[in-house]
Write a protein that binds this ligand. Structure first.
Ligand code: BEZ
Ligand code: FE
Length: 291
C-alpha cells in the first residue's frame, strides 16, 4: 500500500528505495547524500524559484566543462571540498610531506627534462633554482624518484591558458632524482594568480564578495617505488593571498622561502644570472602499508 510522502518521512522513503543496491558502498554514499540533502532543504526551505536557480547554476557548471576546463572541480575547490577530501585521504603519518590539491591545470603531459634544466621557456621572470631531496619516512634517500612539476608564469598564467602566448609545456617538467635522491631545476619565481572567473564559479565568488586569487606556488607530483604518491605544492613565503587562498589549499609546512643568492660562482654553476632566488624543498614519502 502506498504511503503518503511527508516532510518527515521523505528522506527515509528515498533511502529505503536504495535497499536492494548490490554495492554496499554505493548504498551508503547515496543514503547519506539523500539524508544530508533533505536536511538542507528542510533547514533552508528554498522557494521554487530559488530551487530552479540552484538547478540552473549546476546546469551552467556542467555546460562550462570541456576537455580543457573542469568547472565542477573548480566548484569543489572553492567550496573547500577538494581540500577536505585530499586531507582525509592523506592523513599525515610518519612525518611525510603534506599533500594539497591537484588543481585543474595538470592536463597535459610534462616533458621529460634533465636535472638542472629549466622549465621556463620564456625567460621574463625572476630566475630561480628549486632543489631538494626525496626521502623515505626513515630518512633513506629515494634514488630514481620521479618529480612532475608545473607552475604558472611570472605573469600568473599556465601555458594552457595562453595558447599561442606561451609555448606549450612552458612551466612543466618531469625529473628523475639522482643516486642521492637529489633534484634541482631552474625556473622563474611564480606569481599569484586568479582561478578562472568567466564561468558560474566566478559568478558565485562575485555574489559572495570573495576574491579569486591563489598565492604563488609550484605544483609537484612525486612518486617512488614502494611509496605512496604525493600531490602537493610549495608556496612562495610572503606571497600575496597566502592567508586567503581561494581554494583553501595552503598548509604552513608547504610555505618555503625563496631566498636571494648573490654569488656569481653559484650562478655560473647553475647557469643562472646573478642574483637569483633559491627554494629548498625536501620531500618525504610514506612507504606503502605492508599487509
Ligand atoms: C591550481 O593551483 O592550479 C588550481 C587549484 C585549484 C583551482 C584552480 C587552480
Ligand atoms: Fe596552480
Amino acid at each position: 500500500m502506498a504511503t503518503d510522502f511527508t516532510e518527515e518521512t521523505a528522506a527515509d522513503a528515498v533511502i529505503d528505495s536504495f535497499a536492494k543496491t548490490p554495492d554496499p558502498r554505493l548504498r551508503e554514499l547515496l543514503s547519506s547524500l539523500v539524508r544530508h540533502l533533505h536536511a538542507f532543504v528542510r533547514e533552508t526551505e528554498p522557494t521554487i524559484a530559488e530551487w530552479e536557480q540552484a538547478i540552473g547554476f549546476l546546469t551552467a557548471t556542467g555546460q562550462k566543462c570541456d576537455d580543457e576546463r573542469q568547472e565542477f572541480i573548480l566548484l569543489s575547490d572553492v567550496l573547500g571540498v577538494s581540500m577536505l577530501a585530499e586531507t582525509i585521504n592523506n592523513r599525515k603519518s610518519g612525518g611525510a610531506t603534506e599533500s594539497t590539491v591537484l588543481g585543474p591545470f595538470h592536463m597535459i603531459e610534462s616533458p621529460r627534462r634533465e636535472l638542472g634544466d629549466t622549465i621556463d621557456l620564456v625567460r621574463t621572470g625572476p630566475p630561480c633554482l628549486v632543489r631538494g631531496r626525496v626521502l623515505s619516512s626513515d630518512g633513506t634517500p629515494l634514488p630514481g624518484a620521479e618529480l612532475d612539476v608545473w607552475q604558472a608564469s611570472d605573469q600568473g598564467f599556465y601555458d594552457v591558458q595562453q595558447p599561442g602566448g606561451q609555448p606549450r609545456t612552458n612551466g612543466r617538467g618531469l625529473f628523475t632524482a639522482d643516486a642521492d635522491g637529489a633534484f634541482w631545476f631552474r625556473t622563474v619565481v611564480p606569481s599569484y594568480y586568479p582561478i578562472p572567473t568567466d564561468g558560474p564559479v566566478g559568478t558565485l565568488l562575485n555574489a559572495t564578495g570573495r576574491h579569486p586569487y591563489r598565492p604563488a606556488h609550484i605544483h609537484f607530483i612525486v612518486t617512488a617505488p614502494g611509496h605512496r604518491s604525493l600531490t602537493t605544492h610549495i608556496f612562495v613565503a610572503g606571497s600575496r593571498y597566502i592567508e586567503s587562498d581561494a581554494v583553501f589549499a595552503v598548509k604552513k609546512s608547504l610555505i618555503k622561502e625563496f631566498t636571494p643568492v648573490d654569488d656569481p660562482g653559484q650562478a655560473a654553476r647553475y647557469d643562472l644570472p646573478s642574483p637569483f632566488s633559491q627554494a629548498s624543498f625536501d620531500i618525504i614519502l610514506q612507504p606503502n602499508a605492508t599487509a
